[in-house]
Design a protein around this ligand. Structure first.
Ligand code: SR1
Ligand code: MG
Length: 423
């Protein structure tokens, strides 16, 4: 298959014939296609994902479809998202080495990426639902976010290069449009594709949609998302976009990558840990999950601490971009001025991430794209009770973000809401 042939979706049956002469794939798994075993394992909302095993190894073949897989061909979606994913992965590997799968081959016209098969990794969301306490995720994800967000910004990059990159990713319009609608607007009105656990949550959903402060905050965040092209974001950094073992953590799926506010990735990620926290009560068939809940709150605190520490370290050692130049501070002997600016930048990220986290919680419970943390709770009353607490938490951190001064305070709030009687 050459890069010039018209797009055709792969299938388990056709993959070996179509990719049998691909040199990069053959180099990884062996040329003898009669030995290839192909499985389609995609469980995301958008793409096809194949695992191909050959005589000498295995690889992943990910292919975009010209529509949203979750919904079907009534919702067309451009293949170029694969181009953005490929370019985001190459930048993430450069800025945070070892944090993403290795890329073996990219074919733009077939919208496919051949990449490293991560094994025995599993999706982080699944591990958390199973109650597994991964020891390294806070450190690994905190470092990944600090390195990619700092090094993709005007704190670090040559401004001409950053502007060229910004122009490149500005074309990822349709995926931004998904986020702009599904995350920031749809949850707060009766949008067509919304769903929620009904009738249990009907009253609470009506209350949230009538909450003026919440809607204003969601739109402030949407404004920030659309207008603050601060750094190259992953763009969809939730626990389903991370693969783990006890020792290793890799970020995957940056097809939503674009230039936006740093706090978006951090807020979305932390929201997924808090949702996992509130969903644990629905997964207690084999015993209480108190230790898991404590672990999850520790993970949020450690992730934020690692992020802050690494970001601060990069600020002091790699601040070579056009913003807060050293010539204005350190070079004039004003080290404290640089520290004051750092504090201000981190404070702004903190302030905004609480908003992004709050609305990410809402959209996973009220919008189109739910998450397995809650969806796999079969007892609907129990699920609704877990979701109601998460919704209340999300509203509180989004609307009252200015009065919340640290991660311990947020975690204390989560613990208090979790202990409340059913709401
Ligand atoms: C129609 S796509 C729905 C969601 O799936 C992706 O993973 C993103 O989170 C998007 O919002
Ligand atoms: Mg994805």
């Amino acid at each position: 298959m050459t890069g010039k042939s018209p797009f055709e979706a792969l299938s388990v049956e056709t993959l070996a014939t179509r990719l049998g002469t691909n040199e990069a794939l053959c180099a990884e798994i062996g040329k003898d296609t009669t030995q290839w075993k192909v499985r389609e394992v995609g469980d995301g909302n958008l793409n096809l994902v194949f695992i191909v095993e050959g005589a000498s190894g295995a690889a992943v073949v990910k292919q975009a479809l010209p529509y949203v897989r979750l919904v079907g061909d009534s919702w067309p979606l451009p293949l170029k998202r694969s181009f953005f994913e490929y370019h985001a992965l190459t930048r993430q590997e450069r800025r945070a080495p070892g944090s993403v799968p290795a890329i073996y081959h990219f074919d733009e016209s077939q919208a496919l990426i051949i990449m490293e098969y991560l094994s025995p990794h599993i999706i982080l969301r699944r591990a958390l639902i199973e109650g597994r306490q991964l020891p390294n995720i806070a450190r690994d994800i905190g470092l990944f976010m600090a390195r990619t967000l700092f090094r993709g910004s005007d704190f670090s990059m040559v401004t001409r290069e950053r502007k060229a990159d910004l122009a490149l990713f500005a074309d990822n319009v349709e995926l931004c449009d998904i986020t702009e609608n599904l995350v920031f607007s749809d949850p707060y009105f009766d949008a067509k594709m919304n769903r929620h656990t009904s009738p249990q949550l009907d009253g609470l959903v009506a209350e949230l949609r009538a909450d003026r402060d919440l809607k204003v905050e969601a739109q402030r965040l949407k404004h920030l998302f659309a207008a603050n092209a601060e750094t190259l974001l992953h763009g969809d950094l939730h626990s389903g976009s991370i693969m783990v073992t006890d020792k290793e953590t890799r970020m995957i799926d940056p097809e939503f990558a674009f230039y936006g506010p740093m706090a978006f990735d951090v807020g979305m990620l932390l929201a997924n840990f808090w949702m996992s926290f509130f969903s644990q009560r629905g997964h207690e068939q084999d015993g209480k999950r108190d230790a898991m809940r404590a672990y999850l709150l520790d993970v949020t605190a450690e992730t934020w601490a690692v992020f802050r520490a690494e970001f601060s370290q990069l600020w002091r050692t790699e601040r070579t971009g056009m913003l807060y130049q050293k010539s204005l501070f350190e070079d004039q002997g004003d080290r404290l001025g640089a520290e004051q600016a750092l504090d201000q930048v981190l404070h702004q990220i903190w302030d905004d991430l609480l908003g992004f986290a709050g609305i990410e919680v809402h959209r996973r419970i009220l919008g189109l794209a739910h998450n397995a943390d809650f969806e796999t709770i079969a007892d609907e009353d129990l699920r609704a009770s877990c979701e109601a607490k998460a919704l209340k938490f999300g509203r509180h951190i989004a609307v009252n973000r200015r009065q919340i001064h640290g991660i311990d305070e947020v975690n204390h709030l989560a613990a208090l809401i979790e202990q409340e009687n059913d709401i």
